[in-house]
Structures are given as structure tokens and as C-alpha cells.
Design a protein around this ligand. Sequence first.
Ligand SMILES: [Zn+2]
Length: 111
Amino acid sequence: MKCPVCNKGKLEKKKVKEYMFGIYLGEFPAEICNSCNESFIDSINMKKIEKIAKQKGIWGLEMKTKIARTGNSLAVRIPKRIVDFLNLKEGESAYIHPEENKLVVETVKNQ
Ligand SMILES: [Zn+2]
């Protein structure tokens, strides 16, 4: 079968390691394009991935938030589910830096 993305490569059946938010979910059968490397996973395996992500408590952890003003700075509201998932506490320190168009917040847990 021809790749629907690049229209050049052929799709080959392989197993791919799936990650969500850096957390390993397992290996799943997929069809990989031998030209552009795009992977295609069927709906049955997408359901399996969803189920595992739900079991790990990470399904739906990507969410929309608001940027608010506090004095001269801006503050990003962190939704409760992410607070609980990362066990964040008010007053803790964190490092932030831009990464292309992303804002990366690294928590600093006391050792
Ligand atoms: Zn392709």
C-alpha cells in the first residue's frame, strides 16, 4: 500500500514503541512508511493505547489553560489534574525555559 502522507513510500508492518508525555505505553503493531517514516495505527490498537494511558492516569492530561497577569509578570494556571499528577505544591521552585514555541517547566523536587 502506498503512503497517504508522502504518496511515495510503501507501508511496512512493524511494531512501534508508543509514548505519551514521555511515559512508555508499550509496543503496538503499526504500518510505517519506508520513505517519510509516518506511522499508522489502526483503531483497535488506538483503543488499546487509550486504555493503557487511562490506566496510567495520563489520558487527557493535555489541556487548555489561561495565562493571567500578576504584577509585571504573567502566570500560567496549572490545572488540578496536572498538579496532582506531578504532586506540585504551592511555593515549590521550578525552572522554566522556552523550547521553540513551547514553555517548559521543570519541577525541582527537594532531595
Ligand atoms: Zn510516507
